[in-house]
Design a protein around this ligand. Structure first.
Ligand SMILES: *Cc1c(COP(=O)(O)O)cnc(C)c1O
Length: 253
């Protein structure tokens, strides 16, 4: 299932929303430096250190060439939301650029946990006990455990991934106990048609309660607001890589 966020038309960068053609390496480099400048400015406005906010370039549905162009422009952290797509795209990139980091940010099926543990440097979408079990088992077998974020469904939207608000504390505590410091923080995707700020604030308050330092929040349309509310990771796709082709055309079985 594709989280509804991927198709939110209002997240499309107006300048990028042309015909869906793959942007040139030059365009990607320009957009990246513009985003980095806006991030620095948002951090400065909030009296925060720009170095405390990391850009995750969300490359889902975009070709390996676009990822390479971003790498050549100095981008090292990437986000993908499907394990299969990440498995096809990233191992070769990692060989070329060993300091690359891959974040898995999409809803994760339990039966993909092993592959996710093998591929990811961070999994941002831990949202239920059964997935924690599966990740734990995979980590035991493979002797490797990525960093983890618990995804909170701050809007309690039925169609969305993320642990419901009222179950979040219990899941966070259980994951803390089980994964220790590998549980780094929290992630959220606010409802599409609402002011995201109350959701960002809620996530920050939860992280504070649990002594967690990483807050993954903010996308193309709202990353500056997220930085103002304390984001340490922003996940930006469209504003860097342009509009995504629809899943229906890219994900034929
Ligand atoms: C696709 C996606 C993003 C990036 O969204 P844009 O609006 O293109 O910046 C961020 N987070 C998650 C979880 C996503 O699936």
């Amino acid at each position: 299932m594709e989280p509804s966020v991927a198709l939110r038309p209002e997240t499309l960068d107006a300048a990028a929303a042309h015909d869906g053609a793959t942007p040139s390496p030059h365009t990607i480099a320009d957009r990246l430096s513009a985003i980095r400048a806006r991030m620095d400015e948002a951090a400065a406005q909030a009296s925060r250190n720009p170095a405390d906010v990391t850009l995750v370039a969300v490359s889902k549905f975009h070709p390996q060439a676009s990822v390479r162009a971003a790498m050549q422009a100095g981008q090292h952290v990437f986000g993908e939301n499907r394990v299969q797509e990440a498995a096809e795209k990233f191992p070769a990139l990692r060989t070329d650029s060993p300091d690359m980091r891959l974040h898995l940010i999409g809803g994760l099926q339990t039966n993909k946990a092993r592959e996710a543990v093998r591929l990811a440097d961070m999994i941002e979408s831990l949202d239920r006990p059964a997935l924690a079990d599966a990740l734990d088992r995979a980590a035991q077998t493979q002797g490797r455990l990525p960093d983890l974020l618990v995804e909170v469904n701050t809007g309690d939207e039925p169609q969305k991934f993320g642990v419901p608000r009222e179950q979040a504390d219990a899941l966070i505590r259980a994951c803390r106990q089980r994964f220790g410091d590998r549980l780094r923080g929290l992630m959220c995707i606010p409802p599409a048609h609402e002011d995201p700020r109350p959701h960002f604030r809620l996530l920050r308050a939860m992280a504070h309660t649990h002594g967690l330092s990483v807050l993954s929040m903010g996308m193309s349309a709202d990353f500056e607001l997220a930085i103002a509310e304390g984001a340490t990771l922003v996940r930006v796709g469209t504003a860097i890589f342009g509009p995504r082709p629809t899943p229906a055309t890219t994900l034929a079985p």
